[in-house]
Design a protein around this ligand. Structure first.
Ligand code: APR
Length: 229
């Protein structure tokens, strides 16, 4: 089976009702990320940071995957599909994708501030001061903050280098190292960028730009790829 890698960003979840970061109504228009998504923010005001992620986690229990997520599952009928997502939502999981690598963490998980290997599933939306790990230290969101290392970037580079086809869906490609992953795809691999406001100078070769929303552009492309398989 040919290998398809799908690098996804906030745009694939937009039509499920989850805000992106840099659109006109994006999260970074409402919050300064230095105040809610950085180690300094956690030091300065952990309750504000917890509240920022609690509100986003609470919303997760109210939204569903959309046709963009679902089409990537259908692609698995004839391709070996690996999702590499910058998103911390669980919509790819809930749609049923089999291989998902989260680059920036997962909203529905919390981890120990004393031992980063202690990671816990959250089945409720609220993480509070006083919620502690088994070693007695405060739990924090299992999310990569600005200025922190991206632990899964090495495997993501390796996976990208094996792509026969590379999909880039709903990401402004603003944040590194995630944005640099496309460069690890073989030059010969056809790339498809799906974004209604795609930056026409995508900056890499052999790319087809599909200026459509994910819920329309991804199913159309998947139908074509399934025919071509
Ligand atoms: N379908 C497809 N793409 C869409 C849609 C849609 N319905 N709506 C918006 N988009 C596109 C926007 O045009 C934009 O290019 O999705 C992209 C979203 O870009 P960002 O808001 O920058 O989100 P993302 O690229 O995922 O951000 C990367 O930045 O803040 C950090 O950690 C955060 O993972 C995030 C990272």
């Amino acid at each position: 089976m040919k290998k398809i890698i799908a690098l996804t960003g906030a745009g694939i979840s937009a039509e499920s009702g989850i805000s992106t970061f840099r659109d006109s109504d994006g999260l970074w228009k409402k919050y300064r990320f230095e105040e809610v998504a950085s180690p300094m923010a956690w030091e300065r005001d952990p309750e504000l940071v917890l509240e920022f992620y609690n509100q986003r986690r609470k919303q997760l229990f109210e939204v569903e995957p959309n046709a963009g997520h679902d089409a990537l599952v259908k692609l698995e009928d004839k391709y070996d599909v690996q999702i590499i997502t910058q998103n911390v939502d669980d919509l790819h999981e809930r749609a049923g994708s089999s291989n998902i690598l989260h680059l920036h963490g997962e909203l529905k998980k919390a981890r120990s501030t004393a031992d980063p290997n202690l990671v816990y599933e959250l089945d409720h939306w609220e993480l509070k001061m006083g919620d502690k790990c088994e070693k007695g230290s405060q739990l924090r969101p299992h999310v990569v903050w600005f200025g922190e290392m991206v632990p899964n970037i090495e495997p993501a580079m390796e996976i990208s280098s094996q792509a026969d086809i590379y999909l880039i869906i709903g990401t402004s490609l603003n944040v590194y190292p995630a944005a640099g992953l496309v460069d690890f795809a073989p030059a010969r691999a056809p790339k498809y960028l799906i974004d209604p406001k795609a930056n026409r100078t995508a900056g890499f070769s052999n790319v087809t730009i599909i200026e459509k929303k994910a819920s329309e552009g991804v199913p159309e492309l998947v139908d074509q790829l399934l025919k071509d398989a």
